[in-house]
Each structure stands twice: as C-alpha cells, then as structure tokens.
Ligand binder design. Structure first.
Ligand code: ZN
Ligand code: ZN
Length: 277
C-alpha cells in the first residue's frame, strides 16, 4: 500500500519535473530568439553588407572579442532569469489570474491588431522609466553597470544584463498580462520584434535612411540614439521611440548631428578621419 510520504514524494517529483520542463522550454525559446536576432543582425551588417556598414560605423573604436564573450555570457544568464520568471507567470496563468487568451474571436480582430502597437508603446514607457531609474547612483552598480561595460556595443549586448536588470525587464510581460488581454501570437510577434530591434540598436552601424531624423519617422529611435547612450550615459534612455526623452528633456545634445554624420552619403570617403562625438 502507498503511504502518505510516498504519495507526497510522487506529487513533488511530478511537480518538479513539470517545472523543469517549463523552465527548459522557455530558456531554449528565449535563447534561440536571442541567438537568431543577434546572429541575423551580425551576419547581415558585418558579412553581407560589410563594405556598406563600414561607411556607416558610428564609433571609430571597435568591439573587442572579450566584450562579445562577456555580452553573450550575461545574455545567457538573462535568458535563465526570464525562464525562472516564466515559472511564476505560467502558474498565475493556470490559476486564471492573467488575461492571456487563445482565440482572436474573444476580443475581436481589431483589438488583436491594435494590441501589438499598444504593447510597444507601453513597453517603451516601461523601459524609459525603469532604465532611467537604474541610472540613479543608488541603483546603477547592482542593476545596470553590467550593460554599460559595453562602451562600443555589439548586437550580442541585447540581453547583456546583471540578474537584477534581467528581472526588471522580465517582469514587464506578467505585469502587462495582469492588466490587458493579450493573444499568444501578439506576444510572440512583440518578443521577436523586441529582440531584433534591440540587436539592431546595439550594432554600432547606422543603417537608417540618412534623412530619418529630418523626416516624420524621427519619432522612432535610430542606432545612433542608443549608441550615444552607451558612450555618454546621461541621456537617450528610450527604446523604440524618441517621445519620452524629448518630453523629459533627456535627449543628448548633438543627437541629430551625430546621426547625420554616421548616415551621411560621404561616409565612405570620410571613414579614415571620423571624429568620435
Ligand atoms: Zn544598450
Ligand atoms: Zn543605460
């Protein structure tokens, strides 16, 4: 006959196996998303478009191998933090505490479509304020210092965070799921866009059209926007959009000039004497 302790042990074993399965699945999914995102940007900009990219380098300094090794190591630590947070998110979903849904008919296709840009705007807001808070001297050392070890970032810096920063970033998704209904496909597209945009923003190559900052598209950030943040620390805290930095007066001076310098037509001729700003 099975006594109580055997039954409890069997229950615990099953619980731990399920948790390990969820953890490994999310870790594999997020790591793969990171490797594909950073890998694609690296191959396109540094191999396929090498010559073009050389003319659009923002900094004269180059990312070292040690930088890339550190960026990949911390990024893998970050995806393991994401997988750990996912254990709690899945548990909350199973209890019906979160607003995830499976059929677009539940909230209508219009809401389904609108929820994607809405998520981007909310993520940009969350990122701006959490990022700015992490730059406070009381928080910087144990939250955000690791990310800023990359003075000349590469696409592999996309998830190069200390565990506390990774935790702050991971909490965005469960917070959103507690507040607004989100379809699984919308979350997938959002996460894919996020890693790609993130890897592009750390690439050190200004691939946006040279008239970008003088066009209506200026509301979206460029590589130069975030690259300047890695060089100067004191502004350009936004992720996708330039709104918050402009409203809060934290856009770094000389941003547009630096962009024009990196994206200018005559870059190929000036590559040898580029002045770092
Ligand atoms: Zn960064
Ligand atoms: Zn920062």
């Amino acid at each position: 006959m099975l006594d109580l302790s055997d039954a409890l042990r069997a229950e615990w074993t099953e619980f731990l196996l399920t948790e390990a399965q969820i953890w490994l699945t999310v870790f594999a999914f997020d790591t793969l998303r990171y490797l594909i995102g950073a890998g694609t940007v690296s191959i396109v900009l540094y191999v396929l478009l090498k010559q073009w990219s050389e003319g659009r380098r923002i900094q004269t300094r180059r990312t070292s191998r040690a930088d890339i090794r550190r960026e990949v190591t911390y990024s893998l630590l970050t995806t393991s933090v994401y997988a750990s947070v996912a254990l709690f998110t899945v548990a909350a979903m199973e209890r019906g505490w979160l607003k995830n849904y499976e059929s677009f008919s539940e909230h209508g296709i219009t809401y389904g479509v609108i929820s994607l840009p809405l998520l981007l705007v909310l993520h940009d807001t969350y990122f701006y304020w959490v990022h700015r808070a992490m730059h406070h001297p009381a928080l910087f050392r144990w939250t955000h210092r690791v990310h800023h070890l990359s003075r000349t970032p590469s696409p592999w810096a996309a998830y190069s965070f200390a565990p506390m920063e990774a935790l702050a970033m991971a909490l965005f998704m469960p917070i959103m799921l507690a507040l607004i209904p989100l379809h699984g496909l919308v979350i997938f597209v959002f996460l894919s866009f996020m890693i790609l945009r993130n890897a592009m923003g750390h690439s050190g190559v200004e691939f946006h059209h040279r008239e970008w900052v003088d066009s209506p598209m200026d509301f979206m950030t460029t590589t130069t926007h975030h690259d300047m943040h890695h060089q100067k620390f004191s502004g350009n805290f936004g992720l996708y959009f330039t709104w918050w930095d402009r409203w809060m007066g934290t856009e770094l001076s000389g941003y547009k000039e630096a962009f024009r310098r990196a994206a200018g037509e005559d870059n190929l001729k000036n590559i040898g004497n580029r002045q770092p700003y």
